[in-house]
Design a protein around this ligand. Structure first.
Ligand SMILES: [Mg+2]
Length: 316
């Protein structure tokens, strides 16, 4: 129904969303922009998009896609945290979800046939502490290397060789942070992260260059760039792996995934035609839909909540 696409064919809607005026015409006006005319024609038969009490800042084609998504028998709502549920902040420990996003996410977790999950680059312990998710929310941390599918799930255990690689990478990056003011390290069970958000742009760039050069001398590391971070993992995993694990664990027949960063592209790549990928913010993406910032995420989640509630109520 909604194949993911990276062709930039003009169906994306965020770039021209135009601030608060939006492109969505209120239902009372009786006009819905036909930005998505090739979408499945029966999508609106049982639940017209304008029944969904969505914030008008959401693009109309995204609201239509949400309604289609919410018809799934089993829905997984998987969200990135930093830059998606929570605005980006200089200190990672200070990040918190926007209250309206947290409230809608928690309400979704309570709906039948609906599972919520967070998929984050953070270590699980860090994710739990800043996100305080509902108890039933499944958690993927460290970009897929850490998985929490309930209290019986086994914690990540590194083998000896991987533990040694992690020690070596940590030593190298420690030297970098000693030399470049404003940079810092975050330690994870299967990786280490260089943070440069509090450094000047020149210092940040020099620190990342130095880190990359030093890390290139070490074997079997997976190094990825993020927003003002350089991630080093000793276990190969990405957010696409996270989506696949969650889909299998929950039996989801459709998945919503939203994320803002480069590493979320692996998650978008794991989505199928019945799923919905939403990029938050600017930048190239494989996601078919886009919203402007974390401040737009409450409207997205509220639309999913309203549509899911309406559809489940109609069914039961
Ligand atoms: Mg993010």
């Amino acid at each position: 129904m909604t194949p993911e696409s990276d062709d930039g064919s003009g169906e994306r809607s965020s770039g021209d969303r135009g601030g608060t005026d939006g492109s969505r015409v209120a239902s009372g006006g009786g006009v819905t922009p036909d930005a998505h005319g090739d979408a499945d024609a029966d999508a609106d038969e049982s639940l017209p998009a304008d029944l969904v009490d969505a914030d008008e800042s959401l693009p109309a084609d995204l609201v239509d896609a949400v309604v289609r998504l919410c018809k799934a028998d089993t829905l997984l709502v998987a969200m990135d945290f930093d830059g998606t549920l929570a605005p980006l902040v200089p200190r990672a420990d200070d990040a918190r979800p926007l209250p309206a996003s947290a409230a809608a996410f928690a309400a979704l977790a309570d709906l039948p046939g609906t599972t919520t999950a967070l998929i984050s680059g953070r270590a699980l312990a860090s994710l739990r502490s800043v996100a305080t998710p509902p108890g039933s929310t499944l958690l993927i941390g460290s970009h897929g290397a850490e998985v929490w599918l309930g209290p019986d799930a086994a914690p990540l255990q590194l083998d000896e060789a991987a533990a040694e690689r992690l020690d070596n990478a940590t030593s190298v990056l420690k030297e970098v942070t000693d030399h470049f003011p404003g940079t810092s390290l975050e330690h994870k069970p299967a990786g280490v992260v260089l943070h440069t958000r509090q450094a000047t742009p020149d210092t940040a760039a020099a620190a990342v260059d130095a880190a990359r050069t030093a890390l290139s001398q070490l074997p079997e590391l997976y190094v990825t760039d993020g927003k003002q971070v350089l991630e080093v993992a000793v276990v190969r995993a990405d957010k696409g792996d996270g989506i696949r694990v969650l889909r299998e664990a929950t039996g989801a027949t459709a998945v919503l995934f939203a994320g803002d960063d480069v590493t979320d592209e692996d998650g978008f790549g794991a989505l199928g035609p019945d799923d919905l990928g939403v990029k938050v913010g600017d930048g190239h993406t494989r996601a078919r839909y886009r919203i402007g910032s974390p401040e737009d995420v409450p409207a997205l989640l509220q639309a999913v909540l309203a549509a899911r509630k309406a559809i489940r109520t109609g069914r039961e």
